[in-house]
Design a protein around this ligand. Structure first.
Ligand SMILES: *Cc1c(COP(=O)(O)O)cnc(C)c1O
Length: 257
């Protein structure tokens, strides 16, 4: 074998290694999801996994799409635009490959500045990070102009960390009520992030608070049946989130790290 051939084989092996690692990690996450659901008597089909691509290389992102993932999340508009364009091109190139899905659903999961709303709405069907009336009003106006009606979630700060984004729990119901009057979006649920801590009880307390608020808003009949999603749980804490009622998980590093 020539040096060139050896190198080529090495590259292919390295690529395949990376490929199988990603699908193995995804399988492991799905198994953990299934087990967590079983512990609390939930149906795993009621828990959607959003693959967070913010730290993933382009090839790795293609790989999750190739294994059938269609819901992808980004926390920055700049990177969202770049990766969404790359993945559109990838899908177009592979339109004859039955394994590659024909459409992706992008979720904006990070803090959204009002001057970036238009760019986000051009790509995303879901915005998880609505946390002020001003942002909601901007989304309403821009969505009308673009002829879109995104699904939005109200981001709630359930951990009382002052530096964190999210509406305080005490103000959430009122803001939810205001958002439901806006015609160009659908309020479909709540999103929260647990504090960064290894203390599982602190994490669990945050998720319980989010779930209680979610039930409370549902119970007040401010919202319709579309208010059904609880977006919580990341790589470090998704099993606890499932036990406490999450319907959407946002997972990145457990798959790409
Ligand atoms: C990065 C990010 C995630 C995923 O975090 P991992 O720990 O990599 O799973 C989820 N939600 C938000 C809002 C994020 O910014």
């Amino acid at each position: 074998m020539t040096l060139q051939q050896t190198t080529k084989q090495g590259c292919i092996k390295a690529m395949m290694g990376c490929t199988s690692k990603i699908s193995d990690r995804l399988k492991a996450v799905k198994k953990n999801v299934k087990n967590a659901c079983a512990r609390v008597g939930r149906d795993p089909d009621d828990v959607k996994i959003i693959i967070v691509t913010k730290t993933a290389a382009t090839e790795a992102t293609k790989e999750v799409i190739r294994v059938g993932c269609t819901d992808l999340g980004e926390n920055r508009v700049q990177h969202l635009k770049q990766i969404a364009a790359e993945m559109d091109a990838f899908i177009a190139e592979n339109k004859d490959n039955p394994k590659v899905p024909t459409k992706l659903v992008w979720h904006m999961i990070g803090h959204l500045q009002r001057n970036k709303v238009k760019q986000a709405l051009q790509i995303c069907d879901f915005i998880h990070s609505v946390d002020t009336l001003r942002l909601a009003e901007e989304i309403d106006q821009i969505a009308a102009k673009l002829g879109k009606r995104p699904d939005v979630l109200l981001q709630v700060n359930c951990s009382d960390e002052p530096q964190k984004y999210g509406v305080p729990v005490g103000a959430a119901t009122h803001l939810a009520e205001q958002i439901t009057t806006m015609k160009n979006m659908r309020l479909v649920g709540l999103m929260t992030m647990a504090p960064l801590t290894l203390n599982k009880e602190i994490v669990r307390a945050c998720f319980i608070r989010a779930r209680e608020l979610f039930e409370e808003i549902k119970g007040e009949k401010l919202v319709g049946p579309e208010f059904s999603q609880l977006s919580m749980g990341m790589s470090q804490d998704y099993e606890i989130a499932i036990e406490e009622g999450a319907t959407i998980l946002r997972i990145g590093s457990a798959i790409f790290a």
